[in-house]
Each structure stands twice: as C-alpha cells, then as structure tokens.
Write a protein that binds this ligand. Structure first.
Ligand SMILES: Cc1cc2nc3c(=O)[nH]c(=O)nc-3n(C[C@H](O)[C@H](O)[C@H](O)COP(=O)(O)OP(=O)(O)OC[C@H]3O[C@@H](n4cnc5c(N)ncnc54)[C@H](O)[C@@H]3O)c2cc1C
Length: 507
C-alpha cells in the first residue's frame, strides 16, 4: 500500500521549510511538521545575514565560503523584498589583524563566489565617506564590502507557503513524537497537535530530520541512533544579540574586530534601532530556553564601546534574543572556530530511510535543501532535478536592482495609505501585497484599523497564507511589529485576534 506521504520533513526552521519546498516542487507528496511556529527556534534568532562569512576564511573554510558567497545573489534575485544588499564597514585595528591579512581576506572574498550585483571591497577614509561620525576620533580608516541582509523568519514562512502552494501539507504546532517502521516498510510518524493535544499517525516513505539543535536529541529520544552507523555529534553554541536605540546615522553596518579576535556586528535594525551581536557560548540546555546572560550583554556593550564615541551599558539594552547554533562537533577547542558547514546523514538501518541535517547556515539553506533532495532522489531511484535556483519566492518576482522603483510605484498606487505603511507591506509581502490591499480604494476598506499601520486585512492574510496561529507569530516572526507597536495597540490586537482567527478558519 502506498504511504500517505512520500516525504515527511520534521522541523519548520529554514532548512525544513526549504527542503519541503524543494520536495513539493519535484512532485513528491510532502508533509512538513513543526512543533511550534515556523522559525520559532534558531531560524528567527540569527544575525540575519546572507553572507560568505569573511572570518571563516581565517579557518580555511574555502568551500563553505565559496558556496555561501555564490548563494548571496541567487537568494537576492529570488527574494529581493526580504533580502537586500548591506554595506559593511570594517574599521582597521592593526593590533587585532595586520592590514595585509585583511586585504588578502577581502581579495579572496571579492573573487571566490562570483558577483554581478554586489559591490566589491575597497579601502576607505572614514571622514571622507561619512562613516566616522559616531566612532572614536582615532578610528579613521578601514574597508568596506557588501553582503546581504535577510528577514530570517519571513524567509522560512515564504518557503513554507510556497511548499504549500506546491501541494505540501504544512502543520505548525504539531510535534513528531514517535517514529517506527511498519510491516509495510513505511515510517509510521506519530504526531501531536500541541494546541489541542490531539494525536494521530501518518505514514511516509522517507523521513527528513531537520530539527536543528534538536537533531541528535531527536534521534536519541526515539532510539534511532544506529550503533553501526553513528550519526555525527552536535555541538550547541549559543549566540545572543542585543538591541539598542539607533547608535549612528547611515544605512551601513559595522564589523568590529575584538581583542579576542572574534567579530561583532552593529547593524541598522527596523529603522530606529541597532542590532548588536553575536556571542559564541557553549550550551547544554533546552535550545528553546536559551537566553542572553549578563556576561553576554556586558561583552556586546564592551564590543561597541571599544569603537564608538558614545558608550552603552545595561540600561541601553531594549531587547535581546538568543539562538542555539546546531554545529557539527568537529573537536575544535574554541566555539567560534567550529565549522559552520553542514553534513547530511542517511540511515537505512531501521528498514526505511531517515536523513538527518547536521549544521548549516541560513545562507546555505537552499543549496542544502537541494542536496538533501538530490540524495532522496538517489535513495528512491528517481531522477527529478533541483529547480529552486531560478524560482522566486512568493512576492519576490521583482528585479533585484529595481526594488526601490517597485516601492515607489506601490506608494503611488496606494496613495491613500501613509508611504511608510506601503513601504512596510512592500518589504514584507513584495508583489503579494496586492492580496492584502486588493481592490480597496481607501483605508476603511481594510477592516479594523488597530493603529500603527496595522489593519485587519493584513492579519487575515497572514492567518490565511502564512500559517499564523497566535498573535505572537504575527508580531514577532511574520513581522517585527512587536518592537514598534504601542501597548494599547497590542491590547486591541490581543482582544480581536481570536475572533479574526476563527473567521478566517471558516473560509
Ligand atoms: C546567534 C546566531 C546567529 C546566526 N547568524 C547567521 C547569519 O547571520 N547568517 C546565516 O547564514 N546563518 C546564521 N546562523 C545560523 C542559522 O541561523 C542556522 O543554521 C539555521 O537557522 C538553522 O536552521 P534549522 O532549520 O536547521 O534549525 P531551526 O531553525 O532551529 O529549526 C528546527 C525546528 O525544528 C523544530 N522541532 C524540533 N523538534 C521537533 C519535533 N519533534 N517535531 C516537530 N518539530 C520539531 C523546532 O521547533 C525548530 O523550529 C546563526 C545562528 C545563530 C544561533
């Protein structure tokens, strides 16, 4: 008898969602299950960079850096609404690394991955380019280069949405609680609805374990570690970020070399804020409970204070978040030196194949997904080619170099909405913003107005298309409105959300 699904992907982070999209697009009957909300773990806690990782060159990770660098423009072209070029300014500090080493690194960075849209590196005098105004006077020269910014949790939601568009079933707040192979040779996957408690079992030919930092614990808890075919060990490394009021003018980010040779980014965030991170701390707790410690806050504030004129400390920290990197344990001493590469581990020893994803980066999620699905096609003996390199994500069919023109056209078309609201919709939903604004010709046709540019129509869209089930999903992962909205607006949204949710579910 055929199984319910060809492929069951467990874990709705960037890798699970990317794999489900690729699988569905290759014509496999696919199920994606996520125990919480999409991107509720590592994939919403990153530094949000699509980058080669300049510092990995120091650890001779040329293959990883090349793959990541060449992926930058592929992702930028496929999702220019949620991914955009970001200028990085690297102040020179001879005491940390000599100029020749930085220049060599940038020389390689410019050439390793190929580049058509992004600018190459150059040496700069800060006064002339206007980068020095907020920095200490002695810091006056350095280098610039470009990488990309990504709205990480929206990247996950768009992959899941596209997987669903391609006929995959996507079940959020649904945990996989058991995996056994039945007599028919298919996986019996036990699922539990984390909201209602309801349990059910589905069958699948292949299981993909994309549970990020849980990857090894998941296998161990279900007795799926094959002694003869040992899966890689995982090293959990916590990384924290702090958010302050905007520390400097300009759209560029700083990459700040620290005395311990680590680097810390200061990045313009959500218009009024600066995002500062990250740390690298070995971690052995529950990944979903990771929090930024006082030591990490102190480290990140000091990292800024070495370079900036204005000093920051605990009271300047408005918000913080932490995530756990699921890194492959390669036996390296220092947490910051552990490889950011990935390994795919296939086990056939249980009677049906299970493929587990170890490690990875947001930047490489698409190529990782392609490799996973190439392996699955090999296992199943079918020839179905990868297709995602040239396929825009939902809302992303806009030329990467013409995004500002797209925004201007939207501002003109929807001139009855404040330009900053239209800009936010364009950035979040790209061409699909017309699904929210539809044929409306005035704001009062968008349903309830909650204030702060939030209308009922947007909530309805996110519940309908983007798997929003709680207000927190909407405020913190489909958007970052939680950072901006006044408490009275959030109160109004909290009161209205349950009935809007029920209404949408009836449709
Ligand atoms: C601090 C930090 C900064 C980073 N910065 C960058 C960066 O700037 N650029 C970059 O490219 N990469 C970055 N990374 C790396 C990147 O964020 C991760 O590699 C990536 O998000 C991992 O995605 P994932 O899908 O493997 O895991 P996750 O996003 O953690 O997803 C795994 C999911 O599995 C679910 N799950 C677990 N168990 C079950 C179960 N039994 N049933 C159902 N679901 C389950 C979890 O709820 C979770 O949502 C950073 C990581 C950290 C921690």
């Amino acid at each position: 008898m055929a199984s319910d699904y060809d492929i069951c992907v467990i874990g709705g982070g960037v890798n699970g969602a990317g794999i489900a999209r690729d699988a569905a697009g290759r014509g496999f009957k696919t199920l994606l299950v996520e125990a919480q909300d999409l991107a509720s773990a590592t994939s919403s806690s990153s530094t949000k960079l699509v980058h080669g990782g300049l510092r990995y060159l120091e650890h001779y990770e040329f293959k990883l850096v090349r793959e990541s660098l060449s992926e930058r423009e592929t992702l930028l072209r496929n999702a220019p609404h949620i991914i955009w070029p970001l200028d990085f300014v690297l102040p020179h500090k001879n005491t940390v690394r000599p100029a020749w080493l930085i220049r060599l690194g940038l020389f390689l960075y410019d050439r390793l991955g190929g580049r058509e849209i992004l600018k190459g590196s150059k040496g700069v005098r800060f006064k002339r380019e206007g980068f020095g105004a907020a920095l200490k006077p002695l810091i006056h020269k350095g280098y610039t280069y470009q990488d990309c910014w990504v709205e990480d949790s929206r990247l996950v939601a768009l992959n899941a949405f596209d997987a669903h568009r391609l006929s995959a079933d996507v079940k959020t707040y649904t945990a996989c609680t058991g995996l056994v192979v039945g007599e028919d040779g298919h996986w019996k996957v036990s699922l539990q609805d984390m909201m209602s408690g309801e349990q059910k079992t589905v069958s699948a030919g292949v299981v993909i374990n994309a549970t990020g930092p849980w990857v090894r614990g998941f296998l161990e808890s279900l007795n799926l570690i094959d002694e003869n075919h040992e899966a890689p060990k995982i090293r959990m490394v916590k990384g924290s970020h702090i958010i302050t009021r905007r520390l400097y003018d300009g759209d560029h980010a700083y990459i700040l070399q620290q005395p311990d040779k680590r680097i810390v980014f200061a990045i313009p965030y959500e218009k009024n804020f600066t995002l500062i991170g990250t740390t690298d701390v070995d971690y052995d707790g529950n990944p979903s409970e990771a929090q930024c410690s006082d030591n990490e806050i102190e480290y990140l504030c000091n990292a800024i204070n070495i370079y900036f004129d204005k000093t920051i400390s605990f009271p300047d920290v408005l918000w913080s978040y932490s995530g756990v990197r699921p890194l492959i344990d390669d036996g390296t001493g220092s947490a910051s030196k552990v490889t950011r590469g990935y390994k795919l581990h296939v086990d056939h020893g249980f009677g049906a194949p299970i493929l587990s994803v170890f490690g990875g980066k947001i930047t490489t999620y698409r190529t990782l997904s392609e490799h996973v699905m190439d392996d699955v096609c090999g296992i199943l003996g079918v020839r179905k080619k990868g297709w995602t390199a040239g396929s825009p994500l939902p809302g992303g069919k806009i030329p990467a170099t013409a995004f500002e023109r797209f925004v201007e056209a939207q501002i003109e078309q929807y001139d009855w909405l404040p330009p900053e609201t239209v800009r936010r919709y364009a950035r979040a939903y790209g061409t699909r913003m017309n699904k929210i604004l539809g044929h409306a010709t005035s704001a009062d046709q968008l349903g309830r107005d909650f204030g702060g540019g939030v209308y009922e129509a947007e909530l309805v869209y996110c519940i309908h298309y983007e798997f929003v089930k709680t207000l927190e999903d909407f405020l913190w992962r489909r958007s970052k409105l939680g950072l901006h909205l006044a408490p009275d607006i959030i109160d109004k949204l909290e009161a209205a959300f349950p009935s809007i949710f029920e209404e949408v579910k009836k449709i």
